[in-house]
Ligand binder design. Structure first.
Ligand SMILES: C[S@@+](CC[C@H](N)C(=O)[O-])C[C@H]1O[C@@H](n2cnc3c(N)ncnc32)[C@H](O)[C@@H]1O
Length: 271
């Protein structure tokens, strides 16, 4: 595990953090009153967020399973979040016990709970890197301590990119994702989901406004902007789609009946 032990002591409970707000929506206990307050405020303006968080998490499970079943044995998960079982390595190693997983997040609370992410199979490996997705070179160098970056890697950016701007003078989120994809060999996969304003624009704008007012920039993306993440890649069926529609299982079909969740998802292979 890389990252300083003192990072845990830097947990800032004076303002909400995305990992902890999301944890509250998922019914977790690793959040503080400021996080609960924002989570409730957003739930009040967008009644889909709890279903959305659960649906997003289930998408991660289905996508990881599909990619592992396609033969990929290495996973780099950036924006991991607070551990919620099953975690990505449990899904991947459930298909292939020898699967290797590197998790990364920039929130000290995730680092504090990273131990739970490191209990994998004896045949495989799990590691945790405390880093910001924008530090591409550092993050890839640390990932390369566990993963062979000359062999296919599944890069998982699940519910992360809506915290990053598309401004070319700022985060340049599309350029950022491309830098990771360019660094990985053919046969690698990109697993991605993020919030969209397309399906429920007024509620999403209010939710985004709440995030921004609390100090967290938030960038919902319409279909064309979301689809651009997959430029140059081969989308797996059914393509880019609202999250509950990506290879749904019965629980997702039931969730669809409860209404649309404003999150797009897609999985693609690097040719
Ligand atoms: C909504 S949670 C998603 C967790 C998990 N991927 C999932 O979908 O269940 C977003 C995560 O991204 C992390 N995050 C946000 N900005 C980040 C950045 N610049 N670098 C690394 N992680 C970041 C947050 O700390 C949080 O844990």
């Amino acid at each position: 595990m890389t990252g300083s032990d003192t990072a845990a002591s830097r947990i800032d409970t004076s303002r909400p953090h995305p990992a902890r707000v999301y944890d509250w929506w998922l019914g977790g206990k690793d959040n503080y009153p400021v996080d609960e307050e924002l989570a409730r405020r957003i739930l009040a303006v967008d009644g889909t967020v709890v279903r959305g968080a659960r649906a997003n998490r289930r998408f991660m499970h289905r996508a990881v399973r599909a990619v592992a079943e396609a033969g990929v044995r290495q996973f780099l998960d950036i924006g991991t979040g607070i551990p919620t079982e099953p975690n990505l390595h449990q899904v991947a190693q459930g298909v292939a016990p020898e699967a290797k997983v590197v998790y990364a997040d920039n929130d000290p609370i995730v680092l504090r709970h990273a131990e739970a992410l490191l209990r994998g199979t004896a045949e495989g490996s799990t590691d945790y890197v405390h880093a910001d997705v924008r530090d591409v070179d550092t993050l890839l160098a640390r990932a390369a301590e566990s993963l062979d970056l000359d062999r296919p890697v599944a890069l998982s950016l699940v519910a992360l990119t809506h915290y990053l701007s598309a401004d070319p003078a700022g985060d340049d989120v599309h350029g950022l994702v491309k830098r990771y994809v360019d660094a990985l060999p053919p046969g690698s996969h990109l697993i991605l989901s993020q919030v969209t304003p397309d399906l429920n624009p007024e509620a999403i704008e209010k939710a985004a406004e709440n995030f921004r007012r609390s100090g967290t920039p938030f960038f919902p993306r319409p279909l064309a902007e979301f689809s651009r993440f997959f430029d140059g890649l081969e989308l797996l069926g059914p393509g880019v789609i609202p999250v509950t529609g990506w290879r749904p299982e019965p629980v997702d079909v039931a969730a669809q009946a409860e209404g649309i969740v404003p999150v797009y998802a897609g999985v693609a292979r690097k040719p």
